[in-house]
Design a protein around this ligand. Structure first.
Ligand SMILES: O=C(O)CCC(=O)C(=O)O
Length: 464
């Protein structure tokens, strides 16, 4: 480690010590009565400190009313979007199962099903492979479940008054106890309210950033290819192991189109294409490299076009594969000028979601982790089709790989039915839940103020 790096590391340690001594608490403070907007703003928002307000939403009609039976009776027929994963981890770093070597940032498979089927899956876990979670983060409370809004409200009035504006998004979360939200942070002020069951949060203050490792992984999504067997399908990629697979468009292949988890088979796709279609190939460079080591492969990423399958059908094993390259992720960001402040969600908006979360981060390259240093700047993040994400599991930290995580200050808090947790912007959080827990949360835009600027500065110092 260079002298400069040592000095920066010392400063990080000082920051952590100061934060602990001066403002952090060892536990999340608990209030037993509602707060006024003024108190809430002055004592918690302005200081960027979490607080648990017991019984804050006890008077909502939803509390005591919403449960599995209610949802079945009231919304049983309704089609809902469900995130399905093999292991409960949606939006997390996972090993790919194609070549076993790479790790991916994997978003869930999204399935549309009647609410009653989702509830069956919750109640009869043995009969439904996979872990089911309603967790679409596109303001799904107001967008997908408007009929439930009167029982909770479009906002939390005291929070809206304190923040001075309506929430950006209101989400509903209904899940299996195996469903886990991996550690991340959001550029939002979060009012998280539990309606039924409980949620267990592990929090880290923003000052822990230097101790929290990131890894940059290609984007992928889960796809169940036969009951209980999930593949990790690289985003914008055809799932295939060999060039023979690529060639055989009639073979059953799964692919993901911008992570939409499009379930059409390659054969279906073929009928959509005609010979004159322009080919824009969407195979991840990594996959192409697996194809045929001797191929003259130009790395590429790209979006699917209808001509894709035609391209595949013409491909021969010993073809020199040359594919125009343009980073899917980068392209998406450039085209859509994705704003950096929304949360979005893993689903059809996965790029947006990822970018929004990623945009306030820098990351650690795994290879560089050994030095336990940190950082590249956020401009590096737009590397095609990859996502910087936290690679430590606070439930079982890999201290051997990430010894600096020992310096971090995890704070645990349980949020029970009727309670509201104020989770300040830029705080890292990892979330677990009781079985069939129902919760709603409200994301209010954060202020891009001095705190944010200091955080960005810290981020930039996290050197590799
Ligand atoms: O409830 C969950 O599973 C995750 C909640 C979360 O990450 C959030 O509100 O930002």
């Amino acid at each position: 480690m260079s002298v400069l790096e040592q000095s920066i590391l010392k400063s990080f340690t000082l920051l952590s010590t100061d934060a602990k001594e001066l403002y952090l608490r060892s536990a999340v403070p608990v209030l037993d009565s509602p707060v006024s907007p003024l108190e809430f703003y002055r004592d918690w928002v302005a200081t960027n400190l979490p607080v648990l307000i017991k019984g804050a939403v006890n008077d909502w009609p939803a509390v005591g009313k919403w449960n599995v039976q209610f949802l079945r009776n009231y919304l049983g027929e309704k089609l809902v979007m469900v995130a399905v994963t093999p292991n409960g981890y949606a939006d997390a770093i996972t090993k790919g199962n194609m070549e076993q070597l790479s790790e991916y940032f994997v978003t869930p498979e999204e399935r549309v099903m009647p609410m009653s089927e989702f509830l069956n899956a919750l109640e009869n876990r043995d009969q439904y492979p996979g872990v089911f979670y309603i967790q679409r983060q596109n303001s799904n409370l107001t967008e997908d479940f408007p009929e439930l809004v009167p029982d909770v409200g479009r906002d939390v009035p005291w929070a809206t008054e304190a923040f001075g504006h309506e929430p950006e998004a209101a989400n509903i979360w209904i899940g299996d106890k195996r469903a886990i939200t991996s550690m991340h942070k959001d550029p939002f002020e979060n009012i998280y309210c539990v309606i039924s069951g409980y949620k267990d949060f592990i929090l880290h203050p923003p000052t822990d950033r230097p101790w929290i490792p990131y890894k940059k992984c290609p984007l992928a999504s889960y796809k169940e290819i036969s009951p209980g067997i999930f593949d990790v399908v690289p985003c914008g990629a055809v799932h295939c192991k060999t060039s023979n697979d690529l060639k055989g468009v009639n073979q059953k292949q799964t692919y993901s189109d911008d992570c939409v988890n499009n379930t059409a088979t390659a054969k279906d796709m073929k009928t959509l294409c005609n010979d004159s279609d322009e080919v824009t190939c969407g195979i991840a460079a990594e996959e192409l490299n697996l194809l045929n080591k001797n191929s003259d492969i130009e790395c590429h990423d790209g979006s699917f076009s209808d001509g894709f399958i035609n391209f595949l059908s013409r491909l021969k094993v010993d073809d020199n594969v040359k594919v125009q390259t343009k980073g899917l992720y980068e392209m998406y960001v450039n085209e859509h000028k994705v704003e950096t402040r929304n949360h979005g969600g893993p689903c059809h908006m996965c790029h947006k979601h990822v970018h929004k979360r990623a945009s306030t981060l820098s990351y650690i390259d795994h290879d560089d982790d050994k030095s336990q240093g940190i950082s590249k700047t956020s401009s590096d993040i737009s590397d095609a089709n990859t996502v910087p994400w936290i690679c430590i599991d606070p439930l079982s930290p890999d201290y051997a790989s990430y010894p600096l995580y020992r310096n971090a200050t995890p704070i645990k808090v349980r949020v029970e039915a009727g309670d509201a947790l104020y989770l300040p912007s830029l705080w890292f959080h990892h979330v677990q839940q009781s079985h069939a827990c129902i919760a709603v949360n409200y994301w209010y835009d954060m202020q891009y103020d001095l705190k944010y600027a200091y955080f960005q500065f810290l981020e930039s110092l996290v050197v590799k």
